[in-house]
Design a protein around this ligand. Structure first.
Ligand SMILES: Cc1cc2nc3c(=O)[nH]c(=O)nc-3n(C[C@H](O)[C@H](O)[C@H](O)COP(=O)(O)OP(=O)(O)OC[C@H]3O[C@@H](n4cnc5c(N)ncnc54)[C@H](O)[C@@H]3O)c2cc1C
Length: 445
């Protein structure tokens, strides 16, 4: 170990943070998970990332890779191992203004991206929160306020620079190492550390954004009508329904969040009015605003609170049955937070096997969230299991970015068999020793 540390000190120019140092308490943990790693490495260059990877490989210690630190499963830290924290690799640079190509460091956040692109009238379809990392979100999907018009964040990756398990720098694109390129668009951090992404951004105007609320007794009809309407709504309209909020119980209103990707008020009204007509509107705060302002600052629980997240998808044939169950659940006293995100549009027009994200034909994604002190989350588990047992016949898959667990069942839900087998072949080539194991892991056995 001491010779590995000597080599690290010689080759690594970034910060090395170890227990006892002033920065350690905040550097050890992620935004959602506690951790007591032995070494937190903050590389300042690609060469530093290479040195960090070689150090972790030579010590045999568990390795965590951290982008924005928002992963629900807490993979971005560990106990006793090495964390490579990419937060200093956060440059955002327009490298080709005609093609809107943007190079983004693997540790940047979406807030940093929005701040850099907004003055140029550009955006990248991403998520809904500024502090979320580009790395974690993109490598697994990226479902945000432009998803129906522009697709997943990973659909806009043109190429990536990847440090693989042996410390080499590889380039991945349609032309170079295409299987690696396929795998990092959906297969998460299994194949190496992405030090930079080149994204094809798109021009953006201001957008119409806000929420429309309906009273609790109308919940069942509103969410069914909302899902029916989305089937024919223009792609410019992306929408999320907050179906249940345990802080307010069965009386919580149903809140439909709406993002219309355009600044024409007539087109926006045509797209949004059918939602307004679904019931008795008790609140409507939709307004024209810069796209960057639609991204939330992100409310994260204080340290010590647990967040249990679970997700699944449904195709057209199952949507009605699922929403019927959710309407019953929300009326009970033991509901978790439930939100439903619209998909379809541009996501579904990419061929299923073009990337390792495999759920392109789903109409909706369902997410349940339980949060609180550990005993409270544990006590709520049986009720949650009962809800998911009811949903099981009607839903499929799982979205890795909205999962706080990583069981064998979770992995099978994220990756259908054909996707998994292809990912295994890529893993065998680029990380046969499974150095990158702190993720929804592709195993070789
Ligand atoms: C408040 C909040 C809001 C969210 N909203 C959305 C949303 O609207 N849409 C959506 O799709 N998701 C959303 N998410 C989920 C989010 O996409 C995941 O939590 C994602 O993993 C966060 O990425 P990160 O880089 O911040 O996290 P981290 O914890 O740093 O990373 C998670 C894992 O990703 C891998 N990883 C990260 N960066 C790299 C890299 N550069 N190279 C290699 N591997 C890497 C590592 O395995 C790492 O352990 C949200 C999460 C939170 C907490």
């Amino acid at each position: 170990m001491s010779s590995a540390l000597d080599t690290l000190r010689r080759d690594f120019g970034g910060d090395v943070i170890e227990p006892g140092g002033a920065a350690y308490e905040s550097a050890g943990r992620t935004r959602l998970a506690p951790g007591r790693p032995a070494h937190v490495l903050r590389p300042g260059s690609v060469g530093d990332v290479q040195a960090g990877v070689r150090f972790a490989a030579s010590t045999g210690l568990v390795l965590s890779v951290r982008g924005g630190g928002h992963g629900f499963a807490g993979f971005g830290t560990n106990d006793g191992g090495v964390v490579i924290d990419l937060s200093k690799l956060a440059d955002v640079e327009i490298i080709d203004s005609e093609r809107h190509l943007v190079r983004i460091g693997g540790g940047a956040t979406w807030g940093q991206v929005a701040a850099a692109l907004t003055p140029h009238g550009l955006a990248i379809s991403s998520g809904d929160t500024k502090s979320v990392g580009v790395g974690g979100l993109t490598l697994t999907g990226g479902i945000g306020w432009k998803v129906r018009k522009h697709g997943l964040a990973l659909d806009h990756v043109a190429s990536a620079e990847v440090v693989t398990a042996n410390g080499e720098v590889m380039h991945a694109s349609a032309a170079e190492n295409p299987e690696l390129f396929w795998a990092i668009r959906g297969g998460g951090g299994n194949f190496g550390i992405v030090t930079a992404f080149d994204f094809a951004a798109h021009p953006t105007t201001d957008v119409f954004f806000g929420k429309i609320a309906f009273p609790a007794p109308e919940a069942a009809t509103v969410i069914q009508g909302w899902a029916d309407y989305l089937r024919t709504a223009p792609d410019e309209l992306t929408s999320t329904a907050d179906v249940a909020n345990p802080l307010r119980g069965p009386e919580a209103p149903v809140e439909i969040h709406v993002a219309f990707d355009g600044d024409d008020p007539e087109l926006a009204a045509q797209a949004i009015d059918p939602i307004r007509r679904l019931g008795t509107v008790t609140l409507d705060d939709i307004a024209l605003q810069p796209y960057a302002d639609t991204l939330a600052n992100g409310t994260l629980p204080p340290p010590g609170l647990q967040v249990a997240l679970r997700s699944a998808f449904a195709g057209q044939e199952s949507v009605s049955a699922v929403l019927q169950i959710l309407a019953e659940v929300r009326a009970s006293e033991r509901s978790p937070f439930i939100s439903v995100r619209s998909l379809g549009g541009a996501v579904s027009r990419v061929p299923d096997d073009a990337t390792a994200y495999a759920h392109r034909q789903a109409e909706l994604m369902f997410v349940t969230t339980s949060a609180g002190p550990k005993p409270v989350v544990e006590a709520a588990r049986p009720a949650l299991e009962a809800i998911w047992a009811r949903l099981a016949p009607h839903v499929s898959g799982a979205y890795a970015n909205f999962l706080s667990s990583a069981t064998a069942g979770d992995i099978a839900a994220i990756y259908p068999t054909a996707t998994y087998e292809r990912l295994v072949a890529v893993k065998r080539q680029y990380d046969p020793g499974n150095l990158f194991a702190r993720n929804h892991n592709i195993r070789l056995q």
